[in-house]
Design a protein around this ligand. Structure first.
Ligand code: MG
Length: 458
């Protein structure tokens, strides 16, 4: 088990196969050595291995003389919020996000509520690899305490940022699907505080994820779709395992892609702010650019990953940031993903306009977006990408601009295509979009052929 510890965001590994408690212990020691002194908070999602991993990390940290505060099972955004609010040196979230139940992992948060940047992770990884850990004597080891009430504090803060009174007058019926994940302890209670009539499905914490796979997508949300449509609910709300993502379902049972929801919320945010920047990742729809431009704002694109979005939101004083997979960042509260405030803002918009969520989102057009993935061994990926960088722009029709912010992005006269090696699987992913279905299919076909030929040739 000596494979590289850190992936694109923190650590995410199969427990028992790629990650064990010895690694957790050393990771705890490395983190304690990195932060040197003060207090680190540790929380976790509901995974079956979470308590063991969190206990072991805590032991490692305390062995370096750094104190530990335990936050229990809470959503990742609540952990980030508590880290900032109480001024802890670092927040550790034991989670593998939306991955299957056999995975475990750790996400790192700094006192600014932002995830560890790649540079910070690199420093931590160096300490982990060299094993030069601080060692505290028996009378100088760290102490452990428990922090309760994190979720209620977080809920109070969220309610300050929306028109609670107005939403309460509407008594919206909402269906909440936390997918047996960490949102079980927050979203239903937040909705109650907004005087919603709340029905929860997959609402008990369970690290086996018995209700549905943890990633909230159209294919996994059948129960929520049916419940929302059949019971006349105003909104369906689905989260992933650590509740840093949210996906919404309309009253008609339609699952809405995250980039359209960002566009809707960005429109509103731009109306109320003198700042004009909206930040999203390279794989978001063109619809977002069009909507934001129409509202007098401008889009900045970053590599994939919520930390990349947060870094740019902070740097450019963005009004809102997000990812198409269901990440929303509101700098007015903190720099971590904030799916709960996103939910409140949608209810607020519905209450203000008197329109349903389906009617509101209908103002944001939907362009055909197609995805494909091709098998490619990990050790070939770099050579394939290098070769494509020189050949693909010439093979696509009407190339306008080539972007290399993350993978190979090519903007075309009529759309765009993005080719990226996966950070976690031996595949190369292709995403493309244009306002027309046939053109999108042609773009995908051309790109697929080129990538296939390159993989075979390299
Ligand atoms: Mg997640």
């Amino acid at each position: 088990m000596t494979d590289k510890l850190f992936g694109t965001t923190g650590v995410r590994k199969v427990y028992g196969k790629e990650f064990d408690l010895e690694m957790a212990l050393n990771l705890g020691k490395a983190l304690g050595t990195y932060v040197k002194s003060g207090t680190v908070i540790i929380a976790r999602d509901a995974r079956t291995t979470g308590l063991m991993v969190a206990d072991t990390l805590a032991a490692g940290i305390m062995s370096t003389g750094v104190n530990v505060v335990r936050g229990g099972i809470i959503p990742t955004p609540s952990l980030a919020f508590a880290t900032m609010k109480h001024g802890f040196k670092t927040g550790l979230m034991v989670t593998a996000s939306h991955n299957p139940p056999e995975y475990t992992g750790v996400k790192f948060w700094s006192g600014s509520s932002m995830g560890y940047t790649p540079a910070e992770e690199k420093k931590l990884e160096e300490i982990y690899e060299t094993k030069k850990f601080n060692v505290a004597s028996w009378d100088a080891s760290g102490k452990e305490t428990v922090l309760e009430n994190i979720v209620n504090d977080h809920i109070d803060e969220i309610l300050e940022k929306c028109d609670t009174e107005l939403i309460r007058t509407k008594s919206f019926r909402v269906i909440v699907d936390p997918g047996n994940g960490a949102a079980c302890v927050l979203t239903p209670y937040l909705m109650q505080r907004l005087n919603c009539e709340v029905v929860t499905i997959n609402g008990q914490l369970d690290g086996q994820f018995p209700g549905r796979p943890s990633e909230p997508e159209e294919e996994t949300l059948g129960d929520l779709i049916r419940m929302t449509e059949k019971t006349g609910a105003a909104l369906g709300i689905a989260h992933d395992g650590d509740a840093d993502r949210v996906v919404f379902v309309t009253e008609k049972g339609e699952v809405i892609r995250g980039d359209r929801t960002i566009a809707l919320l960005a429109q509103q945010a731009l109306k109320n702010s003198k700042e004009k920047t909206v930040v999203t990742t390279v794989d978001s729809s063109l619809v977002l650019d069009k909507t934001v431009e129409k509202s007098g704002g401008k889009i900045i694109r970053t590599p994939v990953g919520d930390i990349q979005v947060a870094i740019k939101v902070e740097e450019t004083r963005g009004v809102i940031g997000g990812e198409a997979c269901g990440v929303f960042i509101f700098p007015e509260i903190h720099l971590a993903p904030e799916p709960f405030l996103a939910t409140c803002k949608i209810l607020e918009l519905m209450a203000q306009s008197g329109k349903s969520f389906g009617e509101l989102i209908a103002q944001i057009p939907q362009y055909p977006l197609l995805k494909s993935k091709l098998n490619c061994p990990n050790d070939k990926k770099q050579a394939v990408m290098d070769s494509l960088a020189t050949t693909l722009p010439g093979k696509m029709k009407d190339t306008v601009e080539v972007l290399t912010v993350d993978g190979l992005g090519i903007s075309l006269k009529q759309g765009w295509v993005l080719v990226r090696p996966s950070g976690t699987e031996p595949v190369i992913r292709i995403t493309c979009e244009s306002p027309d279905e046939d053109i999108t299919k042609q773009i995908l076909q051309t790109a697929e052929d080129a990538v296939k030929t390159t993989i075979d040739a390299v």
